[in-house]
Design a protein around this ligand. Sequence first.
Ligand SMILES: [Zn+2]
Ligand SMILES: [Zn+2]
Length: 346
Amino acid sequence: MNALMKAVMFYAPGDLRLMETPIPSAGPGEVVVKIKTALTCGTDFKAYRQGHPVLLAHTPSPFGHEMAGIISEVGAGVNWLREGERVVVLNSAPCDDCFFCEQGITELCENLELLNGAYAEYIRVPPQITRHNVHPLPEHLSFAEAALVEPFACALHAVDKMRLKPSETIAVIGAGNMARLLICALKAAGARVLVIGRNAERLRLATTAGADDVIDLSREPDAVAAVRRRTAGHRGADGVIEAVGKPETWSLSVAMVRKGGRVCLFGGCAAGAKVELETHRIHYNEIALFGVFHHRPSYVRQAIELLGNGAVPTELLIGGRISLEDLVSFFAENRDTNALKAAVIM
Ligand SMILES: [Zn+2]
Ligand SMILES: [Zn+2]
């Protein structure tokens, strides 16, 4: 029997447990990674509060999905990775074989392989992910910075789908961690960025992250008028990214975009949520609406490159360090807050 490791398992909403479990070994086509740093994520807190039908379908489940570490074992047939290599491990990989993969829309892959288990000392990475989504790190990128690759790749996905023209104005609704990554991705693409929120401290961080202007709804409650005032000809934003995940803000995003503009619905609402939309506005003003979910291996590679070039002020995203032993109480204490990410150091 293998030696034991520590791992935090998800049993049910509000029920995480620190366990001892055997260190996994690598089967054919797989690697085992000794995790050095995992990051907490808003999605994990959401799952902690209400469960997750897709990511945590079978419980008890390994938990956590943003991670980087060192390859500790290489399975048979894996000749493109080696033991001792510093890598980021992604939480999914496409199959390359289904209708959606053939279309290049790999995030919609019918056989998308998912991986949880960042909150552990080791993780076994299944073949599909080993093949597509375990990436060696530039030397100067720390493990904590590298663990930002997953959420940053999602932000790059959203910005790519906006099809930006130079110096267009994009309004971001929401000012949390994800919004900060969206700001970095938008600035890297040459956009002018307006951020809309209601928390002064978060809006200050948005400015530090590169937002050109911020709208504080506690002072300017009419978000649509506030955006119009800040855009040429008072037309409204060229594009809007909704990064909150509430029906009200989905509706708001449609109201503040200019004629012919694009609205990216990035924040996931609760299952079953419905949204009211003004049909005339969408039809006669030719508003394009689209959803964005998850990432693709190409955005992952772009995220590694941009993080390596210092495009993301990572200190604005990672608040503090905790140990794996502290993780269960950390989730209980921060259940309802939207704090900065914590780096879980193994
Ligand atoms: Zn995440
Ligand atoms: Zn596929």
